[in-house]
Design a protein around this ligand. Structure first.
Ligand code: FAD
Length: 286
């Protein structure tokens, strides 16, 4: 097992993101996906935290299962939403005891139904970093938004806050995007602010047109017309996936050529698209 900050110092990383399963059948499916992806030797895998802090136990259980049952380094996502400081302290104690060394500290998305919103003693990702810092145990990752976070008042403020957050973390992972220039411009803007910590681009292969449009609306990402044009009129899901894999492979190649320190794949708990991109790029990890 490893600290991701250390892994990034030794070479390129390739990582996969999963969500905690909702029921027994989804759990079996996730187990199969992880088994299919393990032979690719990912540098690490990460497990999301449900909107509004709704999956505290399930996220913890998947992260600790990966740590115990596989040879893969896991990272737990943790959000500000709906938490007291005591709850976060207990969860971090559990992670430390289980040998988990990596946390992605996030602002978090609110629950879909405002009635599920619980009060929180945290507002911004940096509030979680305050707690993580006192432990001196975890390698800390944060989120970055190449196309600017939807709640940021303007680009300059977004970059200043991101730079301040990243100075306190070991690395960042980006929201997904479809054009390499968004990533390159953000990394350049961070460099202008004196921040050169590794920023891993988040890759979301299009496997379902409607799903990507919905997720892009939530995240503030732009779905360019070359993406929608390429999948327009494709009725067969396998054809959509194949076009999505091709576009994601081209994006990954451009990002690696531009100097990205690794690639982080949003898998949506499926392995096929990621394995195909891996094969297209001839990827290996260090
Ligand atoms: P923050 O860093 O807190 O920033 C949020 C906004 O507040 C930004 O506009 C920022 O500029 C502003 N801000 C920051 N600090 C200050 C300050 N001091 N004063 C005023 N404004 C400030 N969501 C989940 O719910 N669960 C997950 O598991 C999850 N995983 C993710 C993984 C990745 C790789 C990414 C990129 C996102 C993920 N998200 C997840 C979504 C994320 O939680 C949302 O995008 C959220 O709205 C912002 O998170 P953040 O960590 O960037 O927040």
């Amino acid at each position: 097992m490893a600290r991701i900050g250390d892994l990034l110092r030794t070479g390129r990383t390739v990582s996969f993101e999963f969500s905690p399963p909702r029921d027994d059948s989804a759990q079996l499916s996730l187990g199969r996906t992880i088994a299919e992806l393990e032979p690719l030797h990912p540098s690490f895998v990460s497990v999301t935290y449900g909107a509004g802090g709704s999956t505290r136990e399930r996220t913890r259980d998947v992260v600790t299962w990966v740590r115990r049952e596989t040879g893969i380094t896991p990272m737990a996502h943790l959000t500000c939403q709906g938490h007291t400081r005591a709850e976060v302290a207990q969860l971090l104690d559990e992670y430390q005891e289980a040998g988990i060394e990596n946390i992605l500290a996030l602002g978090g998305d609110p629950p879909k139904d405002p009635a599920d919103q619980r009060p929180s003693e945290y507002t911004y990702a940096t509030d979680l970093i305050d707690d993580l810092d006192t432990r001196n145990h975890f390698s800390i990752g944060v989120a970055a938004h190449p196309e600017v976070h939807p709640r940021s008042p303007d680009r300059e403020t977004d970059r200043l806050r991101l730079a301040a957050k990243l100075r306190r973390a070991d690395f960042a992972i980006t929201q997904f995007f479809f054009e390499a220039h968004h990533y390159v411009e953000m990394v350049d803007e961070l460099a202008d602010l004196g921040v050169d910590k590794p920023v891993l681009p988040g890759i979301m292969p299009v496997t379902n047109g409607r799903q990507v449009t919905r997720m892009a609306e939530l995240s503030g990402a732009d779905v360019p017309s070359f993406v929608t044009d390429r999948i327009a009129g494709l009725d067969n899901p396998a054809d959509v996936r194949s076009a999505g894999v091709e576009m994601a492979s081209e994006l990954c190649a451009a990002l690696l050529a531009a100097g990205a320190p690794g690639l982080h794949f949003y898998t949506l708990n499926r392995s096929t698209a990621t394995r195909e991109i891996y094969a297209n790029l001839g990827l290996t990890t260090s």
